[in-house]
Ligand binder design. Sequence first.
Ligand SMILES: Cc1cc2nc3c(=O)[nH]c(=O)nc-3n(C[C@H](O)[C@H](O)[C@H](O)COP(=O)(O)O)c2cc1C
Length: 203
Amino acid sequence: MRDRAAGFRAEMQARRTVRDFSPRPLPSGVLEDCLAAACSAPSGDNLQPWRFTVVAGPDLRRRIREAAEAAERKFYESAATRKWRDDLAPLGTAPSKPFLETAPALVAVFVETHRDLPGGGRAANPHALESACIALGILFAALHHAGLAALCYTPSPARFLRTLLGRPENERPLCLVAAGFPADGVTVPDIRRKPHDEVILRR
Ligand SMILES: Cc1cc2nc3c(=O)[nH]c(=O)nc-3n(C[C@H](O)[C@H](O)[C@H](O)COP(=O)(O)O)c2cc1C
């Protein structure tokens, strides 16, 4: 057990967000296994309120990129506060998001916030966001474990995803996950994780 825990720790500590992907396709079935692993997440009332939309069509990917980059340009030009821009600076991000077209896999993640009741009417899904975020965490762990690089991208606002992907209004877009092999020579920002005694507390 100790070996397994320590091995998993070391494996996860080697994960880094990658923003440039090689066009090399994924081995068949790998993305499907990672998504299936994500769907094993615990969820409030077992409602499994996550929805993973695999976006494969080049035309749709281009339209997602155009909409995301338009939102990004607006954000960088006006909405972004100085503090937010300072926080983003070390990451080297910019309004251009080529990975939306170049990453071999792109998955739009939605949270089903409400559900239709059998007898009519609607109910809020309890802890929908928490549940979907746990599934998302498992997806990132599974992709990394499989040997793939990934990026969690959160366009803001993200409403366009619902329209472009034809999802109902009881689903809230959470993020886009780009995954694949890293591009040749890719680098990652020189950033640090917080010391564990700052984030793991004991009382
Ligand atoms: C909820 C969430 C939203 C994120 N949104 C973005 C994003 O919109 N664009 C981006 O380039 N990276 C995004 N990231 C990636 C983070 O910048 C990255 O995880 C963080 O800088 C730590 O780096 P690491 O993943 O290499 O450890 C996001 C990550 C999370 C968990």
